[in-house]
Unconditional design. Structure first.
Length: 271
C-alpha cells in the first residue's frame, strides 16, 4: 500500500520500540507521510543507526517500562516536538518460553512490564498532551500493538499471552474513558511477522519441543488461512489507517492483521 494515501503533516508521533522491527516500519511510514516522528528504544546502537539513516527524526534511548525514564522521554517530546497527536505503544519482548512450573518470576514480571506496563506509563503521559489539542477540545490517537496471542492461549508463552490480552482490556477501557475527549484508542493484533523476532521465537520453540525449526515455521503458516507470514509494512499500514481521518469513528477495537489465524493449535503442532 502506498503511504501517500495518508498525510500526517504537522502531526507529532511517538513510537516506542521504533528503532527496529515492526516499530521501525511504523516510524518510517509516518515519516514518509510527513509526520514529526520521535522514536524511543532501549537499544542504543539501533537508536544511533536510526538517527543517522533518518535525519529529522527525534530519538531517545530509553527503557519505556521504567517510570522515571518515561517521564524523561515525555520531557524530550515536549521540548523537541511539542504535544503528541499519535502514540504508538509498540514495545514488547517475547518473554520466556517455558512450562509454567519452570518459569522464573523475574522473567514473568519483565515480560509483563515491557508488554503492558510500558503502554500504561506512556499513555498516562500522552493523554494530557492530547487533551489540549484542537483548542482544548482534545484530539489524538493511541495505538497499542497487541498480538493474536491476545486472543488465543499460547502454550509455554503464558506471560506474553497474558500481557497481550491485558493490552486489549487496556485499549477498550481507555477508549471508553477518552471517547468524548476526541481521543481514539485501538489495538492491532499482528499474526506471525517475518523478521528477527520470529526467528528467535521459532528457535526457542524448536529447542523447547526438541523438533527442527522448519517444522515450527511451517506450523505458523499452516495455521493461517492465507498461508503466509505478515510483514512489518502490513502492520505499519494498519497503524497509519487507524491514526488517519479515514478511521475517524473507529475506537475501542482490536484488529487482527494476521491473514486469518485459524487456530493456535494448528500453529503449535507439537504443543
Ligand atoms: P523486535 O524484538 O524485533 O524489536 C523490538 C524493539 O523493541 C527493539 O528495537 C528493542 O530494542 C525494543 N525494546 C525492547 N524492550 C524495550 C524497552 N523496554 N524499551 C524500549 N524499547 C524496547 O520486536 P517486533 O517483532 O518488532 O515486535 C514489536 C511489537 O509487535 C511487540 O510488542 C511484539 O510483541 C508485537 N508483535 C510481534 C509479532 C511478531 O511476529 N514479530 C507478532 C505479534 C505482535
Amino acid at each position: 500500500m502506498s503511504n501517500h494515501l495518508f498525510t500526517f503533516k504537522n502531526h507529532n508521533v511517538l513510537i516506542t520500540a521504533g528503532a527496529s522491527g515492526i516499530g521501525r516500519f511504523i516510524a518510517t511510514s509516518f515519516m514518509k507521510a510527513g509526520a514529526n516522528v520521535h522514536v524511543a528504544d532501549i537499544d542504543g546502537s539501533a537508536v544511533e543507526e536510526f538517527e543517522q539513516s533518518h535525519p529529522g527524526a527525534l530519538t531517545s534511548q530509553v527503557d519505556v517500562a521504567n517510570e522515571s525514564s518515561v517521564d524523561r522521554l515525555f520531557g524530550t517530546q515536549r521540548d523537541g516536538h511539542g504535544d503528541l497527536d499519535v502514540l504508538v505503544n509498540c514495545a514488547g519482548i517475547q518473554g520466556p518460553t517455558a512450562p509454567v512450573e519452570d518459569m522464573a518470576f523475574d522473567d514473568w514480571r519483565q515480560c509483563i512490564a515491557v508488554n503492558l506496563d510500558a503502554a500504561f506509563l506512556c499513555s498516562r503521559r500522552a493523554v494530557p498532551m492530547m487533551k489540549t489539542k484542537a483548542d482544548g477540545k482534545g484530539r489524538g490517537n493511541i495505538i497499542n500493538i497487541s498480538s493474536t496471542a491476545g486472543w488465543h492461549g499460547y502454550p509455554w508463552r503464558s506471560p506474553y499471552s497474558s500481557a497481550k490480552w491485558a493490552l486489549i482490556g487496556f485499549t477498550k477501557s481507555l477508549a471508553m474513558e477518552l471517547g468524548t475527549a476526541g481521543i481514539r484508542v485501538n489495538a492491532i493484533c499482528p499474526g506471525t511477522v517475518d523478521g528477527d523476532r520470529m526467528d528467535r521465537v521459532i528457535a526457542a520453540e524448536a529447542q523447547n519441543k526438541n523438533v527442527d525449526e522448519q517444522q515450527i515455521r511451517d506450523g505458523y503458516t499452516q495455521g493461517c488461512s492465507m498461508r503466509t507470514m505478515i510483514s512489518g509494512q502490513d502492520i505499519a499500514d494498519m497503524t497509519l489507517f487507524l491514526a488517519s481521518d479515514a478511521a475517524s469513528k473507529v475506537t475501542g477495537q482490536a484488529i487482527n492483521v494476521d491473514g486469518h489465524l485459524e487456530s493456535f493449535a494448528v500453529s503449535n503442532p507439537s504443543a
